[in-house]
Ligand binder design. Structure first.
Ligand SMILES: [Zn+2]
Length: 111
């Protein structure tokens, strides 16, 4: 999951590096209002925590676990590789839906 902010000057989206579960968590890290510089147009903004938005990084998780388990399975031969890909895709799918839940939890939380 990553936290995005929309720039009010150039209207492009960029991402915060903070790891947090809810907006309250993020407020503990950066404060309820925080200053941030847009990496696209370099204008600085005062942002409120409630203006941030979480996105699930499902695709990355899915591809990562599929490749990883596929590679592990290949150590056991071609059949193992096939099984590994299936296991990886399944694990990735589950992790992905967990990501979705985490993002929803974040977006439904308010400071
Ligand atoms: Zn901008």
């Amino acid at each position: 999951m990553r936290i995005s902010v929309s720039c009010s000057t150039c209207e492009k989206k960029f991402f915060l590096k903070n790891e947090c579960a809810t907006k309250r968590d993020l407020a503990h890290q950066v404060g309820e209002h925080f200053s941030i510089t847009c990496p696209h147009c370099e204008s600085s903004h005062h942002q409120h925590i409630n203006d941030t938005y979480a996105e699930a990084t499902t695709r990355t998780v899915l591809v990562g676990t599929t490749l990883w388990c596929g590679a592990l399975g290949l150590l056991a031969g071609p059949v193992g590789g096939g099984i590994g890909v299936l296991v990886g895709a399944y694990a990735g799918y589950n992790l992905g839906s967990m990501e979705g839940k985490k993002a929803r939890t974040y977006n439904n939380s308010f400071v």
